[in-house]
Design a protein around this ligand. Structure first.
Ligand code: TYM
Length: 332
């Protein structure tokens, strides 16, 4: 059976969005919204799988909406909404959880990393996180999911869960969603350690470029970025993780092939390469942060856009949920 193409993806409203989120995911979203109907979620139910400050979370959701619009998501075309405002996510997560063997969840590397040594203290929510992710995508029968590489395992699980549901229902009700992962920028690394992913949760703000950083902060962070002692700039993930990461960032920001960028800087030193990279990043990011500031001046308008996104998302999920509940034997 073929399903109508639809994009779903999401981002957690925890702290500022960074260059990894932008280059690995959001830039793809901006492009894909022209090809297929697209839904982008601000995933606050995922955020509470680790402790959050309740007073800050809603403000962060609004700020994330501003960031997505500032990056180029067009709300007259695509849907931006807050996950917890559409009840289908929680409802479907329960149903899909009943089709997910524990053995599948036990393989999830992100749970192992996040739970750390104190596995017994981790919450059921953190453990079930990938089931909620499957529900996010499948509540809209989304077929394409643009994400960074760290989400690949979760989406493979979403495909397995959709398959298990279909087998139990004896009908092809749910699509097997396709992860869309860019060849470059799938995994932007920390500026302080080229072997660690750039992340919102890194204690050092110097490890990442935030979409809200001003020109001085961007320049200072690239200047301080870890480098190595090898002459010239070249791409070799194994032996030169930091140089390789900076080259990837440059290529992704400039929309140029990696080979072209590494040729151009082959005989540069780190200092001149970093300063060219900072100039490029400022040129690309400052219009985004300026637009974000403008949008945040009018929180009521953002709330109105999110309410409209919620209604549009809920209207798409409603018939899907009816079909799923019927196939489950629920009284509808
Ligand atoms: P989150 O909020 O951690 O990240 C949002 C998106 O940014 C990508 N990303 C990166 N890409 C490249 N390099 C990096 N250093 C980097 N850091 C983050 C992520 O891969 C992601 O695409 N569980 C998800 C949110 C989510 C979701 C979903 C995504 C919830 N439900 C359903 C897709 C479909 C998350 O925590 O993303």
């Amino acid at each position: 059976m073929s399903f109508t193409p639809r994009v779903f993806s999401g981002v957690q409203p925890t702290g500022n969005l960074h260059l990894g989120n932008y280059l690995g995911a959001i830039k793809q979203w901006v492009r894909m919204q022209h090809d297929m109907p697209s839904i982008y979620g601000i995933m606050d139910m995922h955020a509470i799988t680790v402790p959050q400050n309740a007073a800050e979370l809603a403000a962060c959701s609004r700020q994330t909406a501003a960031a997505l619009i500032a990056c180029g998501i067009d709300v007259s075309k695509s849907i931006i909404f807050v996950q917890s405002s559409v009840s289908a996510h929680a409802e479907l997560a329960w149903i899909l959880g009943c089709h997910t063997p524990l053995g599948w969840l036990n393989r999830m590397t992100q749970f192992k990393e996040k739970a750390g040594k104190q596995k017994d203290m981790a919450s059921l929510g953190l453990y079930g996180y990938p089931v909620l992710m499957a529900a996010d995508v499948l509540a809209y029968k989304a077929t394409h999911v643009p994400v960074g590489e760290d989400q690949k395992q979760h989406l493979e699980l979403a495909r397995d869960i959709a398959g298990a549901f279909n087998r139990a229902a004896g009908a092809e009700i749910l699509p097997l969603p396709e992860p869309m992962i860019l060849p470059t920028a799938a995994r932007i690394m920390s500026l302080r350690d080229g072997t660690k992913k750039m992340s919102k949760s890194d204690a050092s703000d110097y490890s990442r470029i935030n979409l809200t950083d001003d020109a001085d902060a961007i320049a200072a962070k690239f200047k301080k970025a870890k480098s190595d002692m090898v002459e010239g700039i070249s791409y070799d993930e194994e032996s030169r993780p930091e140089a390789s990461n900076l080259l990837q960032i440059y290529a992704a920001l400039a929309d140029e092939p990696l080979a072209k960028v590494s040729d151009a800087f082959a005989s540069s030193n780190f200092s001149s390469f970093k300063s060219a990279l900072a100039d490029l990043a400022v040129a690309k990011l400052s219009p985004i942060s300026a637009r974000m500031r403008e949008l945040l001046v009018d929180p009521d308008e953002l709330d109105r856009l999110l309410a409209s996104g919620r209604d549009r998302a809920a209207a798409i999920a409603a018939p899907v949920m009816r079909e799923i509940k019927q196939a489950t034997g629920f009284f509808v």
